[in-house]
Design a protein around this ligand. Structure first.
Ligand SMILES: NC(=O)c1ccc[n+]([C@@H]2O[C@H](COP(=O)([O-])OP(=O)(O)OC[C@H]3O[C@@H](n4cnc5c(N)ncnc54)[C@H](O)[C@@H]3O)[C@@H](O)[C@H]2O)c1
Length: 252
């Protein structure tokens, strides 16, 4: 499908580095009516970003994915048909990235899973009445879902759940024409990434050893989101697609 005038929701803009912002900007430039969502604590940073942004979204919506009300209000305000829904959201309590995984209290596990994995189910349930017949849903994941990446810990568990949620949703929503995929991006320097210990070392490592000998750019992710919403991707669903300069194929 072409993107002109297509209604798109991109959830998870915190600042100009956010993957969600790069995705939103690309789709706006392609002609889509893009609605972005933010968490209240990032409102001023998002407004600041938009003041100097070269493109503007069709709508800006406060939406905490743990709030039934905010999710329902966001969809009611956006309306339908929704041609693409991008989930670019994750959270784990900061200590998760430094303490042993079995030292985490149940409450932290629940929070991490609720925001990082269950929220995709929540958004899709709320989106059902609004989905266009050929809608594309995309969620952001990371290699830590499938391999043990130092420091990723409980977020790896949540991303594994997210990838399983993507497969289950793909099976559930496929008969309605809706496709659901995950993009597994290589490391990108964003706010969320700053929680991961030695992140800069990880970037250096990717650039040195990934088959393409370089790091991923946010626009690589945006390009794949755009492709997944196109006619060329009409039979791609339930997949985790890697955009990582080939890093995930390596063994040692
Ligand atoms: N940066 C990377 O290296 C990398 C690599 C692979 C995948 N990802 C994934 O990409 C996605 C976006 O992360 P990012 O790197 O752009 O960082 P980011 O910090 O810019 O984005 C994370 C977003 O999650 C949102 N969020 C957290 N809790 C929320 C809640 N309760 N309700 C609504 N929103 C909430 C934050 O507001 C923020 O906008 C995440 O799923 C992340 O795991 C990131």
């Amino acid at each position: 499908m072409g993107w002109t005038d297509h209604r798109v929701i991109v959830a998870g803009v915190a600042n100009e580095q956010s993957i969600a912002w790069h995705v939103a900007r690309d789709l706006i430039e392609k002609g889509a009516q893009v609605h972005i969502t933010y968490q209240q604590k990032f409102k001023s940073r998002v407004l600041q970003l938009l003041r100097s942004a070269p493109v503007q979204p069709a709508g800006l919506h406060r939406c905490d994915v743990t709030s039934e009300e905010e999710v329902a209000e966001m969809f009611a305000a956006v309306g339908g048909p929704v041609h693409a829904l991008v989930h670019s959201i994750a959270y784990a309590p900061f200590e998760n990235f430094s303490r042993p995984i079995d030292a985490n209290p149940a409450a932290d596990f629940h929070t991490t899973m609720e925001i990082s994995a269950w929220s995709l189910l929540h958004l899709c349930r709320a989106a059902r009445p609004y989905f266009a017949p050929d809608a594309s849903v995309v969620a952001m994941t990371y290699l830590g879902a499938q391999r043990v990446v130092p420091g990723y810990r409980m977020m790896g568990v949540a991303k594994a759940a997210l990838e399983a949620v993507v497969r289950e949703l793909a099976a559930e929503l496929g008969p309605d024409g809706v496709r659901v995929n995950a993009i597994s991006a290589g490391p990108l320097k964003t706010l969320a990434a700053m929680a991961i210990p030695d992140f800069d070392t990880m970037l250096d490592h990717y650039a040195r050893v990934a088959p393409m000998r370089r790091c991923v750019e946010p626009d690589d992710v945006a390009a794949l989101v755009a492709f997944l919403g196109s006619a060329g991707a009409r039979n791609i669903t339930g997949q985790t697609l890697f955009v990582d300069a080939g890093y995930s194929i390596l063994g040692t």
